[in-house]
Design a binder for this molecule. Structure first.
Ligand SMILES: *Cc1c(COP(=O)(O)O)cnc(C)c1O
Length: 387
């Protein structure tokens, strides 16, 4: 059974591309997004059909870019627990607080979702060699899925990226280049390799499919809340792929009639030491400006300028959400509280969502009865310095 994908569409100019060919960005420089024939999906599938399916993100196969199930590259990613945070919620004045815990993902972060979808698409298009810049975790995930698929992976990352991510990449057999600078500088190294060797550029939003994997976070939250969407979802944004994916996934569910059209408020968290999207939101701008001298212990959020910033801002504004920056001290405190108050060892990026929810509750932006879902994007075990 082929996929229900109808085409790829440029998020800037609307130009369409065939999805079975290999594509990166649109000619205009805009990221390409995957579009589906939702009328056809509606005719063949409903929520009841999910019963008994595999407990991974591939249970939503009608909404994923998979042409032949035999090509699926999977390590069991997705369908992670949605945990009620009763004690922490009560303490924060939020009576209906939940945590979607992607710390239980293969390779330790939700990057596994993107890598599973991206690597599957890579295999289906006959690509044998891919390259990507990374702050660390995407590199680890793509390296693992490359190992599973027999695809060669080249990654470039900042020299000060977490050792756990760097060493994972090497163990999975990827070729690792360490770069003085940040993810943007790593991107320039990858662009040279792509030019010189013809590798496929699998960088964030430069390949259209990883966002489809991250989208399943939203599909799962909907299913796990019995198809009643929460009032707010709080997400730690670096490149912002996860939140763009969640937004698109929930709109697809609404178009299918599986949920009501009332979207949750999408709330973006960044670190005070690197908050370009928060700044753009406050200034009413449609895009962010590169953030100078980006610094934070939450390295997944250390993205000075995201290619998809305009889509993140659109998702936040269209859903009546907001953007908030939290300090590294608040993040450290939230890591400690999630551990001692909920039994969850979260990554700093994930813990930032708790810090943000507290601030928004204090500011009256979240009400006590709001159903709020925090997204923990990775395991705290990869940050031994925070233990
Ligand atoms: C990559 C990453 C993020 C940010 O994800 P984006 O999709 O780039 O916004 C957050 N947390 C962790 C642990 C990450 O690895």
């Amino acid at each position: 059974m082929p996929s229900f994908v109808s085409h790829l569409e440029c998020s800037r100019c609307g130009r369409r591309y065939g999805h079975l060919r290999v594509h990166n960005l649109c000619g205009c420089g805009g990221p390409l997004l995957v579009e589906y024939d939702l009328d056809a999906v509606r005719r063949v599938a409903g929520p009841d059909d999910l019963r008994g399916r595999v407990a991974s993100m591939w249970r939503y196969r009608e909404l994923l870019p998979l042409e032949d199930p035999a090509h699926t590259v999977s390590l069991g990613e997705g369908f992670t627990p949605l945990i009620p945070l009763r004690l922490l919620g009560r303490r924060a004045g939020l009576d209906d607080l939940w945590l979607k815990d992607d710390g239980l993902s293969p390779t330790g972060t939700f990057k596994a979702r993107g890598a599973a979808a991206g690597m599957t698409a890579t295999v289906e298009r006959g690509i044998r060699e891919v390259a990507l810049p990374t702050a660390g975790n995407a590199g680890a995930a793509w390296s693992a899925y490359g190992a599973a698929a027999g695809v060669t992976v080249h990654v470039a990352m900042p020299r000060d990226a977490p050792a756990t991510a760097r060493d994972q990449c090497r163990r999975y057999g990827a070729e690792v280049t360490l770069v003085d600078g940040l993810i943007g500088d790593a991107g320039r190294v990858i662009a040279e390799g792509v030019q010189a060797h013809g590798w496929f550029d699998a960088g964030t939003l430069r390949e259209p499919y990883r966002i489809e994997g991250k989208k399943t976070l939203g599909l799962e939250i909907a299913e796990q809340l019995d198809w009643h969407l929460p009032d707010a979802i709080v997400y730690p944004a670096g490149g912002g792929v996860g939140i763009i994916g969640i937004w698109r996934g929930l709109r697809q569910l609404a178009a299918l009639g599986w949920v009501s059209a009332d979207m949750p408020r999408l709330i973006v968290v960044q670190a005070e030491g690197c908050a370009p999207i928060v700044k753009a939101f406050r200034e009413g701008a449609e895009e962010s400006e590169p953030w100078p001298d980006a610094r934070t212990i939450a390295q997944g959020l250390r993205v000075p300028k995201a290619l998809g910033d305009f889509l993140v801002l659109r998702a936040v504004r269209e859903t009546g959400g907001t953007c908030v920056a939290v300090s590294d001290d608040e993040i450290r405190a939230a890591v400690a509280d999630l551990a001692a108050g909920a039994g969850v060892l979260a990554c700093p990026e994930g813990a930032a969502t708790l810090a943000a929810a507290r601030r928004l509750r204090e500011a009256g932006e979240l009400r006590p009865a709001d159903r709020v879902v925090l997204i923990n994007t990775g395991t705290g075990l990869a940050s031994p310095e925070l233990l």
